[in-house]
Design a protein around this ligand. Structure first.
Ligand SMILES: [Zn+2]
Length: 228
């Protein structure tokens, strides 16, 4: 009786242990975590109209809410050491970031995106089409082709070489979550740079100067992140 529920309870107990192990494991990455936290704060404030409601249909705010939720899910998965799955969230965030970047570069595009049929929108605003359009219009690519394809192969689509949650050098795929330095670092680096790029773009669009400045200043202390 209730054998399945008992199994799920065991898994949750393991997740709790892994969260504790990850907390000390991640304590050396406080700058990246700080940047992710400030970026999430900005996305939350903008998506919930916490600093005032500009009116309108709130499409941008809903997309900011999706971005916040993707960041939050990636962090939760990072803490239970599900690195492939966290990277899948980061990939979705990068895809959303590129779409937002296109709307910010070419403001008429959001109206076109809204007005197309589902089939037309899927074709004209596919992730690859959005990246190609951004490249021809000098827009900011939040996630470039190389990173997007890398995450597609690693975290989203299976291939004959798929090995789950393999982010270690002892040749062992992992079923479930075990803290691994390489996996945690990969998630943190990607999540910090993509969440900051999305959040700083939103801050500029919504004139949230204080958080924009905090994100830019914090990003300057994190290796490998620069804003154009
Ligand atoms: Zn509002």
């Amino acid at each position: 009786m209730n054998e399945g529920i008992g199994y799920l309870t065991q898994i949750e107990a393991i997740h709790e242990q892994t969260r504790r192990a990850s907390a000390s494991f991640l304590s050396g990455s406080s700058e990246q975590l700080n940047l992710i936290g400030i970026s999430m704060r900005a996305l939350y404030d903008i998506s919930t109209c916490a600093r005032g409601c500009p009116g309108g249909d709130h499409t941008s705010q809903y997309l900011a809410g999706r971005a916040y939720n993707l960041c939050s899910a990636a962090l939760s998965l990072l803490r239970i050491a599900y690195y492939d799955e966290a990277l899948n969230e980061v990939r979705s965030l990068g895809e959303l970031g590129n779409l937002l970047s296109l709307f910010w570069t070419e403001p008429d595009e959001i109206d076109r995106w809204r007005s197309l049929s589902d089939r037309e929108r899927q074709r004209e605003f596919s992730p690859a089409a959005v990246r190609n359009t951004l490249k021809t219009r000098s827009g900011n690519l939040v996630m470039d082709d190389y990173t997007y394809r890398e995450l597609c192969e690693l975290a989203t689509h299976v291939t004959p070489q798929t090995k789950p949650n393999w982010h270690n050098d002892f040749s062992r795929p992992i079923v479930g979550g075990i803290p691994q330095t390489d996996g945690a670092q990969r998630v943190l680096e990607r999540l910090a740079s993509v969440s900051a790029a999305v959040a700083v773009g939103y801050c500029m669009q919504f004139n949230v100067k204080d958080l924009e400045e905090q994100i830019v200043a914090t990003a300057a202390s994190v290796d490998g992140i620069e804003f154009r």
